[in-house]
Design a protein around this ligand. Structure first.
Ligand code: ACO
Length: 402
């Protein structure tokens, strides 16, 4: 009989790190986070400055190419992305195959994965130009796909992209315009939308990005890798938290019920957690949440929403949780998803669209990391080890003897 523990002992250095809390799986020059200080830098630029002074497509260029673009480079990039916003007309049939009540994330996982069946040329990962084309296609088509998933779920006709609109306005138009009515995008709402995209653009080796890198390490095509990332993002501990957070605020309903939910979050026998609180890396504050909170105030002011009961619950929950020693001790602060849901709801999005919006924003981060990984000449397939806890080797027993 083989002693498996002895085999491990002979195998040399072996780290056991469930949840990868202290293991780096790659090196990267894209995003830096200092969780203790609440710092997030993209290619060296602080997220607060990018959210205030830049815009999403410029941040996309920065993440993809490492430097801020010149005016000429930016114009060329924006024009190129804009040219790719339509999806193949045959893909409309693909959408229609889904049940009406499908969650838009379910539709997106399928449709983005199916892009490899429609854009064969971009599946050749050894062709560096096709890697560029795949990035343009994904960044350009994700808003179209997310908006179509939404329109399909509410039984309205698809709205084609408009290339005279900027990235955020085009997305809002595809979601909210209907053929029978004139819809004009409010520039302040478009700016808030663009800021949500920017604040979610990249976040180094989170679960979905690590999933994209792991899928890519096997040589899978870009659409398959991004579909894997979308699937991972869907979980409530990750991108699904924005939907879960708003659902929780609705469930709480009124401020007088907040203590009951705080007590549940502290109870070790209750699996309930305060959604939108806590972060694996940020143990002081989430710098994206600071900008998002400010943005939420601006949007609600613009829309004249002052007495929204859900907003009151959110504000009071934040106050009471931050004063509670349990949350202070465990360093649990509101994260970016706590405020983004409030803005998105005020804009008129149903909760089921919150995570698709996160997915479309994060696409550039996934793609930038995918490209960075493929340019590594020493790229190895990702293959984590395990700590085996099962039976030691034993002889097979015939069924009649068991
Ligand atoms: N409510 C109540 N208690 C919490 C919460 C919470 N939201 N988050 C963590 N804790 C507690 C845990 O129970 C644990 O307590 P213990 O030490 O007594 O066992 C302790 O804090 C540490 O929690 P972990 O789960 O070990 O922390 P981890 O870093 O693995 O998890 C995570 C981070 C997943 C974000 C967690 O805080 C969480 O589940 N938050 C709610 C979901 C959420 O908002 N996710 C969005 C993350 S941001 C993003 O993806 C954009």
């Amino acid at each position: 009989v083989v002693d498996i523990r002895k085999l491990y002992a002979q195998a040399g250095v072996f780290t056991y790190d469930p949840g990868f809390t202290s293991t780096a799986a790659c090196d990267s020059a894209i995003t830096f986070i200092d969780g203790e200080e609440g710092v997030l830098l993209h290619r060296g630029y602080p997220i607060g400055q990018l959210a205030a002074d830049s815009h999403y497509l410029e941040v996309c260029y920065l993440l993809l190419y490492g430097e801020l673009p010149s005016a000429e480079q930016l114009e060329l990039f924006e024009t190129t992305v804009t040219k790719h916003t339509m999806i193949h007309e045959q893909m409309h049939n693909f959408f229609r195959g889904f049940r009406r009540d499908a969650h838009p994330m379910a539709t997106m996982v399928g449709v983005v994965g199916a892009m490899s069946a429609f854009y064969h040329d971009s599946t050749d990962i050894n062709d560096t130009w096709q890697r560029e084309v795949a990035s343009f296609r994904l960044i350009a088509k994700m808003p179209t796909i997310a908006a179509m998933a939404y329109k399909y779920s509410i039984g309205q006709p698809f709205v084609y992209p408009r290339n005279d609109l900027d990235y955020a306005s085009n997305f809002l138009n595809m979601c909210f315009s209907v053929p029978a009515e004139d819809y004009v995008v409010d520039p302040i709402l478009a700016r808030a939308m663009d800021r949500i995209f920017t604040l979610h653009a990249d976040h180094e080796q989170n679960a979905s990005t690590s999933t994209v890198r792991l899928a890519s390490s096997s040589g899978a095509n870009p659409f398959a890798c991004i579909a894997a990332g979308i699937a991972c993002l869907w979980g409530p501990a990750h991108g699904g938290a924005n939907q879960a957070c708003l659902e929780m605020l609705n469930e709480i309903g009124t401020v007088d019920r907040i203590p009951e939910f705080i007590a549940r979050a502290k109870d070790k026998d209750d699996p309930f957690r305060l959604m939108g609180f806590g972060h694996r890396v940020y143990k002081n504050f989430d710098p994206r949440a600071t900008v998002m909170k400010q943005s939420a105030d601006e949007v609600l002011e613009l829309l004249g929403i002052h007495n929204n009961p859900i907003l009151q619950v959110a504000k009071e929950l934040e106050r009471e949780a931050l004063e509670d020693p349990y949350f202070a001790e465990k360093k649990l602060f509101p994260n970016v998803d706590f405020y983004s849901g409030i803005i998105l709801e005020a804009m008129g999005f149903p909760t089921s669209m919150f995570t698709p919006i996160f997915a479309l924003s994060r696409t550039v981060g996934w793609i930038s990391q995918w490209k960075e990984q493929l340019s590594d000449p020493d790229l190895k397939i990702g293959r984590p080890r395990q700590l085996y806890t099962g039976a030691t080797a034993r002889d097979y027993v015939e069924v009649e003897d068991r």
